[in-house]
Write a protein that binds this ligand. Structure first.
Ligand SMILES: Cc1cc2nc3c(=O)[nH]c(=O)nc-3n(C[C@H](O)[C@H](O)[C@H](O)COP(=O)(O)OP(=O)(O)OC[C@H]3O[C@@H](n4cnc5c(N)ncnc54)[C@H](O)[C@@H]3O)c2cc1C
Length: 393
């Protein structure tokens, strides 16, 4: 093992050599984020090559073991890699629910066969996953879910429906919560199943978001046959896996509050409002942006501290709720300021100049941040009960 300073130098040199210039530009739109999967069409040759090079190195999932497609890096080495990528402006080679959510759950709860089958394909961006949790009537109260999986011999027969399933129509496989014992107390009759979205009996219907886009769906299961071996963990004990996966989802969503890959608010505002004596002409906006930047900086440091505590095994188990709550509220605040700072262009919904209302649509999309992955109210309930120790209602 090399020391961290040497490792940093090696990482820096490798990234300099292998991260193509196009992949060092900030993403200009959704299409610049690579999601992989059987249906994925690369936006450019550079996007494809960047993914291939990083996957070959094991750096799409640097801290996963080598046998599952990772590079087996320590937590400290992983942090160095991320710091160097940020310093050089390298884009993420692969965005994926497989990496952020399913992977950590499989590493902990999957059996060897499941790990070897699914993790390397996630790491290489070959299979895209969606999350089948929410149902009509089972969102915040997720354990009320009704989708039924009946064990018949060595296979499950799945019937029911899911809702708000992000990218279900583009995903290849689904990780899905199903009820396997309708008579048990609600948390105790749930199992965690994996299956191919191309299975007979699976269909999807897109739902349009307020932003005018349609990245999520209602999903229907009609006598879908799933081999018993696709059950993760024990039957009727999926709730524990579901909760563990949710902490990773919340960390991922909360992380958007500390994202540093977008243009600075000051830069956006100067373009629209102009400067006076070397500072932003609008004093009110200037104050709001300064206050936001201070809070965003403090949040980035809090994220980093939470990461270090997690690495040391000292993080509070409910910290992801705190980060999810603050990170998403911060991102919504940022988007309000982007609207204010962008001038009249931000009001345009269609047209070339505004790239089809990019700002307005992103602002509207941000409204969902404090709903997806568990609402802000639910996170506040968890913080009140589990972190502050207040009595439950
Ligand atoms: C953009 C987006 C993408 C999503 N992607 C996915 C996905 O890929 N897969 C998936 O499974 N789900 C997904 N979801 C669903 C998401 O997890 C749910 O919307 C969320 O958990 C809230 O559930 P609900 O919509 O049923 O609202 P409800 O649970 O009906 O809540 C309605 C309102 O009541 C409040 N409320 C409910 N219970 C309480 C309580 N006990 N105390 C205080 N207030 C309460 C809520 O905060 C909310 O304001 C997505 C949602 C969005 C918006």
């Amino acid at each position: 093992m090399v020391d961290l300073a040497t490792f940093r130098k090696e990482v820096h040199a490798w990234l300099e050599q292998n991260c193509l210039p196009e992949m060092r530009q900030p993403a200009a739109g959704d299409e610049d984020y690579c999601w992989g999967g059987r249906k994925w069409k690369f936006q450019s040759d550079a996007q494809r090559r960047w993914l291939e090079r990083m996957a070959e190195k094991g750096w799409t999932v640097p801290d996963w073991p080598k046998e599952y497609g990772g590079a087996g890096l320590t937590k400290e080495e992983t942090k160095v890699l991320r710091q160097e990528m940020r310093a050089l402006g390298c884009r993420s080679p692969l965005d994926s629910f497989g990496i952020w959510m399913l992977g950590p759950a499989l590493l902990r709860y999957g059996n060897e066969k499941q790990k070897r089958e699914h993790l390397p394909r996630i790491a290489r961006g070959e299979i895209r996953w969606c999350q089948g949790y929410s149902e009509p009537g089972a969102g915040s109260d997720l354990a009320s879910l009704q989708t039924r999986a009946e064990l018949r011999g060595d296979q499950f027969v799945v019937n029911g429906s899911k809702i708000w399933t992000s990218y279900a129509d583009e995903a290849d496989w689904i990780f899905c919560l199903v009820r396997t014992d309708p008579n048990a107390p609600k948390h105790e009759g749930i199992s965690f199943l994996l299956f191919d979205m191309d299975s007979a009996g699976v269909s999807t219907k897109p739902i349009t978001l307020i932003s005018g886009k349609s990245p999520f769906c209602q999903v229907f299961f009609d006598d879908v046959i799933v081999p018993k071996e696709n059950l993760v963990g024990q039957i009727n004990q999926g709730w524990e896996i579901a909760k563990y996966l949710l902490t990773h989802e919340r960390d991922m969503i909360g992380g958007m509050g500390s994202a540093s890959d977008h243009r600075s608010l000051g830069e956006i505002a100067v373009n629209a409002v102009g400067e006076e004596h070397g500072v932003l002409a609008d004093t009110m906006l200037r104050g709001q942006i300064a206050a936001f930047e201070i809070d965003a900086w403090a949040f980035r440091l809090t994220m980093e501290r939470a990461g270090d505590m997690a690495r040391a095994g000292q993080a509070h188990p409910a910290i992801s709720s705190l980060l999810k709550y603050y990170g998403t509220e911060l991102n919504k605040r940022r988007m309000e300021l982007v609207m204010a700072a962008s001038g009249y262009e931000a009001l345009e919904w269609e047209g070339q100049r505004s790239r089809d209302g990019k700002v307005a649509r992103a602002w509207l999309r941000s409204k969902a941040n404090s709903i997806e992955g568990g609402t802000s109210e639910i996170q506040l309930n968890i913080i009140a009960k589990r972190i502050l120790g207040l009595p439950g209602v």
